[in-house]
Design a protein around this ligand. Structure first.
Ligand SMILES: [Zn+2]
Length: 119
């Protein structure tokens, strides 16, 4: 059991990443009918990422508030502005602000797209 641990951990991380994407998918689907459920999916995704120490992909991180973990929908629960080369996301639930460097973000998104095409 102990010897297999490292290998299992890798596999668990892979499953966790998959689960996180699925949870955000569900959050998106549920938002129109039950926004509270969307928030719950985001919280679950965050828990998974912490438990298995996997990163939430950049493009999905823009869809959640890092302060109150609400699921963010542009113009509904968040306002997105670009300012001085940065994307500023304003959470309308808690009033929290997140700043994402624009260039790095675009690069990350391209990479995420590449990753999802290859895996
Ligand atoms: Zn918030």
């Amino acid at each position: 059991m102990a010897k297999r641990y490292a290998k299992d951990k890798q596999k668990q991380k892979e499953i966790a990443r998959q689960r996180i994407r699925e949870l955000f998918d569900q959050a998106k689907k549920m938002f129109s009918t039950d926004p509270k459920l969307s928030d719950r999916y985001v919280r679950l995704a965050k828990k998974l990422s912490m438990k298995y120490k996997v990163r939430i992909p950049q493009e999905l991180r823009r869809r959640m508030c890092k302060h109150c973990l609400a699921y963010l929908v542009p113009d509904k629960t968040s306002q997105t502005r670009t300012k001085e080369g940065k994307v500023v996301i304003h959470c309308l639930r808690c009033g929290g602000i997140m700043r994402v460097p624009y260039l790095r973000e675009r690069k990350a998104r391209r990479k995420a797209q590449y990753d999802s095409n290859t895996t």
